[in-house]
Design a protein around this ligand. Structure first.
Ligand SMILES: Nc1ncnc2c1ncn2[C@@H]1O[C@H](COP(=O)(O)OP(=O)(O)OP(=O)(O)O)[C@@H](O)[C@H]1O
Ligand SMILES: [Mg+2]
Length: 307
């Protein structure tokens, strides 16, 4: 199947800092692909280059088999971006914002009117129709932001952290809206720092580091790349002693917040782990399947072995 988006050897420098280092990535038609990685690894730069806000130093980008570079307005018409910084006009009403961005894309008035009505309806913006965009809560601004990105019916939608800083209910709503877009055939490339969000929304996940994609696959495929059969999560009053004991058993220690995580080389029951760690300093133990978080930490090399 032809990729919706094919990126080959993309490089970008800011000053003497190499931010994208020959990045390659394929997004299949109709999938939601998540681009994940630490702050500053270049995720937004990729999205901004794909929607032609930034120019790459090198590399090729194809949208449905057609080169994107040099297409100018036509490329912009095929791609929609929901940028990391919410870009809407605070003094305009939601529908006025939609009209404004529709005009930017050169949509005729009749088409604009129909789409504004449709988006106000499908995004549940009706009750907020009389509120200026700048007065909407963060979650509603984010919904409007997404609606704006859809005004010109892009074939490819780029979402840069679409649910950062919104509450739980708004996040669930945005997830449903993104599901709906995918079901309607839109291809989506999104970034997120929330692994649960990526797991919930994405067909596949690309892990990015140092300007390259270092791993790509479904959650199951990424998890399968972790050299461990299970993860033991341990609380200890003496972490150094517990880590030393675990390492002597051949377990790999992973960095994690508040707890010790160990990758176990073979399947083990809770009892096996408790018996193996045996000591008064160990206050809580659980044994779980390897998760996307473990894969993220391990495959991005963030799983520094604890001292
Ligand atoms: N216009 C610019 N001029 C100079 N440096 C920039 C510019 N835009 C981005 N950078 C730098 O490029 C690097 C990658 O930035 P980018 O915004 O793509 O990262 P990111 O992965 O989206 O990070 P985050 O998760 O924090 O959003 C960072 O070091 C950033 O400071
Ligand atoms: Mg970013």
């Amino acid at each position: 199947m032809m990729a919706a988006l094919q990126i080959e050897g993309l490089s970008k420098r800011f000053g003497n800092r190499l931010v994208l280092d020959g990045l390659s990535l394929q997004v299949q038609r109709g999938e939601v692909l998540g681009l994940l990685g630490p702050n500053g690894c270049g995720k937004s730069t990729v999205l901004n280059i794909v929607c032609q806000l930034l120019q790459a130093d090198a590399g090729q980008i194809q949208l449905l088999g057609e080169p994107l570079t040099g297409l100018g307005a036509r490329a912009r018409a095929r791609v929609g971006l929901c940028a990391q910084d919410c870009a809407l006009y605070p003094d305009l009403l939601p529908a006025e914002n939609l009209h404004f961005f529709g005009r930017l894309h050169g949509l005729p008035a009749a088409v604009r009117r129909a789409r504004v009505a449709e988006l106000m309806e499908s995004f549940g913006l009706g009750p907020h129709a009389a509120t200026r965009a700048g007065q909407l809560s963060g979650g509603w601004q984010q919904r409007l932001h997404l609606a704006i990105a859809l005004m010109h019916r892009p074939e490819l939608l780029l979402l840069d952290e679409p649910t950062a800083a919104v509450d739980v209910a708004a996040r669930l709503d945005l997830w449903r809206l993104i599901d709906g877009l995918r079901d309607g055939g839109t291809t989506v490339l999104l970034t997120s720092h929330q692994l649960a969000e990526a797991e919930r929304l994405c067909n596949r996940i690309a892990l990015m580091r140092s300007g390259r994609v270092v791993a790509l696959g479904t959650v199951a495929e990424l998890v399968a790349q972790v050299p461990g059969q299970a993860v033991a999560r341990v609380q200890s009053g003496n972490p150094a002693a517990t880590v030393q004991r675990a390492q002597s058993l051949g377990w790999t220690a992973q960095k994690a917040s508040g707890q010790l995580h160990f990758l176990l080389p073979s399947r083990a029951s809770l009892r096996d782990v408790v018996d193996a760690l045996d000591g008064p300093e160990v206050t809580a133990v659980s044994v779980q399947a390897v998760s996307l978080e473990d894969a993220y930490l391990k495959l991005l090399g963030e799983a520094a072995v604890l001292e």
